[in-house]
Design a protein around this ligand. Sequence first.
Ligand SMILES: *Cc1c(COP(=O)(O)O)cnc(C)c1O
Length: 430
Amino acid sequence: MSSKSLPFTRAQLEAIAAAVPTPFHIYDEAAIRANARAFYAAFDWVPGGFKNYYAVKALPNPHILDVLKAEGMGGDCSSLAELKLCAAAGLSGESIIFTSNDTPAHEYRAAAELGAIINLDDLSHIGFLETALGGRLPEFLCCRYNPGPLKAGNAIIGKPEEAKYGFTREQLIEGYRLLQQKGVRRFGLHTMVASNELNPAYFVETAQMLFDLAVELHRELGLRLEFINLGGGIGIPYRPEQPRVDLAALGVQIKAAYDATIVAAGLAPIRLAMECGRMVTGPYGYLVSRVIHKKKTYKNYVGLDACMANLMRPGMYGAYHHISVPGRAGSEGGGATLCCDVTGSLCENNDKFAIDREIPEPEVGDLLVIHDTGAHGHSMGFNYNGKLRSAELLWQGTDAQGAPRWRLIRRAETYADHFATLDYPGLTTQ
Ligand SMILES: *Cc1c(COP(=O)(O)O)cnc(C)c1O
């Protein structure tokens, strides 16, 4: 049984839980900032600059966007709600990229009004956008490339050939030509072909593929790209034994490809961008819950006050999320362990955070922490069985006396919130 560390102690968590009942998600601000700085340091060599447009869907809380903005990040949005969150957090203009698909006209208009960089998903969207904007295209546009059979894809996002996103290579060349004819003067190139990928070579290959394409676009169309967006998809080690992506080494390898291709072709400076979400906040979020039942039938079960509505990934695609029981030693510390299913209360048998998992044996009433919930945790929440969405907190370390410092960045939903769209007499909201 390997372990993962926690930034807080059981006593500190109990002090927080006395003020904010479990379950809740809590995000470690200092760790998010340190990782953001390491990410930027790895790409500080890029001529013209590097920016990560944080994929807002991973953790759509404006207080988190405040932190990321202060670290130099922009926002990657794929919906109107995400654009509104970025605007509220003071992100605007070219610090937002709008990468959507199957996009409604009013969302394109909202993105254009904010001055966001619009990333087109299809050749037909050029005319669609032009119509949506009353006949005028923005001066800066980006196109999303789908490399199809040239790229293997991976388990979460699937094979590029099967993916609904982006232009084929031929369409891309035709698309940029059309944009040039329509008077667009500034161009970006984008792809997003992996999700939760831990192999750094994958990103180097993707970068090389886009750099080669930049050279080809210049040769064919005389087009000078202003920026190349390598997409997101850098994975995180959900399992304790997995290695994390070495960002510094990744930066060095991408630099070698950039120098050999972009610089050598005389196309520098071309700015580089990414739109990572998961690796920016994922490892720094924790779902804190309490054990409310233990049962033993054909198997052992540990029942929590959290459920799949707080974290959908294990139930939806069998994703591994590590579990700690603060204050219980587990096998490494000579304590008792239990092999069990860790469950929530939904009337769905896939409402399980772990199956046949050996964990430090908890007692009823113990706190239990599920790791790596800072991306696609709260944000994928839902209300099945009338479960209310939890609070979100920001962990800010401890004061000189060791007392926890934290901030509530979203209160928990109430029954009044839950029933707000129903007009029906006698529904109680307490
Ligand atoms: C989800 C998404 C991202 C972010 O992916 P991560 O795996 O969180 O890095 C980036 N770009 C687009 C278009 C996306 O849909």
